[in-house]
Design a binder for this molecule. Sequence first.
Ligand code: XUL
Length: 504
Amino acid sequence: MPFYLGFDSSTQSLTAQIIEVDDVHTSARLVWESSLNFERDFPAYGTRRGVLPSADPRVAEAPPAMWAQALDVMMARVAASGLDLSKIAAVSGSAQQHGTVYLGDEGFTRDRSPIWLDASTRAECAEITRALGGDDAAAQLTGSRVFERFAGPQIRKFWKTSPEAYARTRRIHLISSYLCSELLGADAALDAGDGSGMSLMALASNDWLKAALDATSPALGPKLPAIVPSDTVLGTLAPKWRERHGFPAAAVVAWTGDNSSSLVGTGLVEEGTIAISLGTSDTIFGPMREPRVSANGEGHVFASPIGAFMGITVFANGSLARERIRDDYGLNWSTFRRALLATPPGNDGGLMLPWFVPEITPHVPRPRVRRRHLEEHEAARNVRALVEGQMMAMANHSRWMGVGVSTIYATGGASRNSDVLQVMADVFGARVFPSPVGNSACLGAALRAWHAHARARGRPVAWPAIVGDLTTPDPSSVVTPNPAAVKVYERLSHAHQQFEQELI
Ligand code: XUL
């Protein structure tokens, strides 16, 4: 029975999973998993939670060499796993979205890659937006307004500040297509899902948008990879992987963005279903049959790895803020939970706007944290204010997606905390199911490898069968909303929204 290998290169870590698939019964099980933490396992690069320290809080960069080295170390771990490598039929992956990698004839032309947490490209966003005919035109053409963390503004800033290094750059990859190139030993194409987060791709055609390329930087077209459908087999593992570790010539399937991959890894193959990922970023997303762009520019429409589209709203202060509050109050995850249990839903009106880093939704370019009816020294109430604030912001800012939420699939590190999920269930008034397999982005990569490989062999398997076994939640894990708490949040959500608006 074949194996499918998936990777997820996130902000803070690289994870790999192997699933074993029974072709005859179309069933799958997880057989191996491993994770590397960038800060802990690659200290020589000097990152803090995967990001290089910067004096300017708007600048967020990471070393691309670290991501490649982690992939190499992980391939060695897979080889040492004791599994029969010859059974690996296909490999794919996902990566944190939007970050860009710059390559010339002699390696990187930039050894620090801007990543999605970067908020330093405000001027470039305005310039590209103007050239595209304004915010609405940009959103209609590309699926999103031009956001500071998107690849296009990052590239434009690089051209403006380092024109000589830009000129030497032969290829600009997203992190996903860069790591895929490492597996292939050749320049990989980019999948349309991750391509959607660049302000450079036309959502209607999944191809480069000439007006956007022209608005970004000179001679950009030839520096960009081709865009392909997400289920494209791009080639096989490079000979170096066979020589170094004894891997077979497994098919390499285009990589995608972590959120697109999570859509598959949480089993969201039908419109009307929705997932919340509580990772370094918090994201809320779901499949969309037709592109419905958000009128006030809050969210994004991306091409979906399963066809059609996905809607998504992204919050930068996810785990970053939870970890900050945990550390500032000297807590660990177990005392963090206890703090939630020790305080009532609604926190007696205590609110927090937890913008420890520049926030994406709503747009808050400089970090600031504000409290109302809440004192800074009240540890437990600050924990509750944070978690409630995150959930209320997510509920308020995802209405544009137009999906009536009755069930939410929760994934990401903090989804293992059922008290956090209780707040989610109560704020949304919805049932919450934690993902049965942790790291749904990585699982999505392994499942996508299976799907694309089966299709390429002329034996396609439908998505519901692909995701069925590994993403169907255990019914006993459901967290149900508490009607009294739901009422509390109906009122508190308005107060939270007003607090936000006063500050923006
Ligand atoms: C999505 C986004 C983040 C990153 C995190 O638009 O910016 O969710 O993908 O890895």
